[in-house]
Write a protein that binds this ligand. Structure first.
Ligand code: ZN
Length: 265
């Protein structure tokens, strides 16, 4: 029926119906969205902790996975597992009369990088310093102290120059002191190198030229400048190592080794 002019008796209710209808759709949509969000929290997808169970060093992991897995299991020192020992043969470990598997420990640790990501780390060290290292790395983790990479040097075929260029942090490697026949403290797992690219080793040769390791890190020999991962006397790693009986290579006079912390027996 055509509405009578002036009354709009049928037009008004129709318009209100339409508004109510739209409102109902909106409300229902909001209600459903809220329900889905709550449901999402209440029934979350299972958190994947496989990467932690397998301890794949070098991989990034989410904080909720760390919590689900258990933080205490992420900071441990234990005898070297068989699969790790196999990886070390002919690389960081060579048959020798000075140190054997029994005296070495496998450290598991987490560490943050500059981009606020958590990495899985591992290290081989002497049993004498194993508990100290676990304590130091846990404190560094809690303080979100940035360490870029902590994988075994075996990943780089135990080549020191290559792992330093990758800014890798490590401890045990059976080798002599660079440019000598003397066994390095790393050969007994009693020295730790941290953020190696930004904290190079250098010495001035007798002809006045400078020998730098890694060789492409010369600009980080200037310690008056500020840059990421720099270790100095205000640095937390420096303080933690120092408190636990380590000396810092940055304090040496004849050479400088800014990445190096060595345990004094
Ligand atoms: Zn070192």
């Amino acid at each position: 029926m055509k509405p009578t002019k002036g009354t709009h008796s049928e037009c008004v209710p129709f318009s209100m119906n339409s508004m109510l209808h739209t409102h109902w759709i909106r409300t229902s949509f909001l209600f459903l969205t809220t329900l889905l969000c709550i449901g999402g929290d209440k029934y979350p997808h299972p958190i994947d902790t496989k990467v932690l169970e397998e301890w794949r060093a070098g991989e990034v992991v989410e904080e909720k996975a760390v919590i689900a897995y258990g933080i205490d299991k992420c900071f441990t020192a234990s005898p070297i597992p068989d699969h790790v020992w196999q990886r070390m043969q002919g690389k960081t470990y060579k048959e020798n009369p000075h140190i054997g598997r029994d005296e070495l420990r496998h450290i598991r640790t987490l560490h943050w990088d500059y981009d606020n990501r958590i990495h899985i780390g591992e290290m081989i060290c002497n049993e004498v310093i194993a508990d100290r290292l676990v304590e130091i790395f846990r404190k560094l983790y809690e303080a979100k102290y940035p360490i870029q990479r902590m994988v075994l040097p075996d990943v780089y075929n135990a080549d020191d120059e290559t792992q330093m260029r990758a800014n890798n942090s490590s401890c045990f490697c059976y080798r002599v002191v660079s440019g000598s026949k003397k066994l390095s403290k790393h050969a007994r797992g009693l020295a730790v190198d941290i953020n190696t690219f930004y904290n190079p080793y250098y010495k001035v040769r007798s002809d006045g030229t400078r020998y730098v390791q890694p060789s492409n890190a010369a600009k980080y020999c200037d310690r008056t400048k500020s840059f990421p991962y720099k270790i100095d006397h205000h640095d937390l790693a420096y303080k933690l190592f120092k408190e636990r009986g380590f000396v810092w290579g940055g304090d040496w006079k004849s050479v400088k080794d800014y990445q190096h912390f060595e345990y004094m027996e």
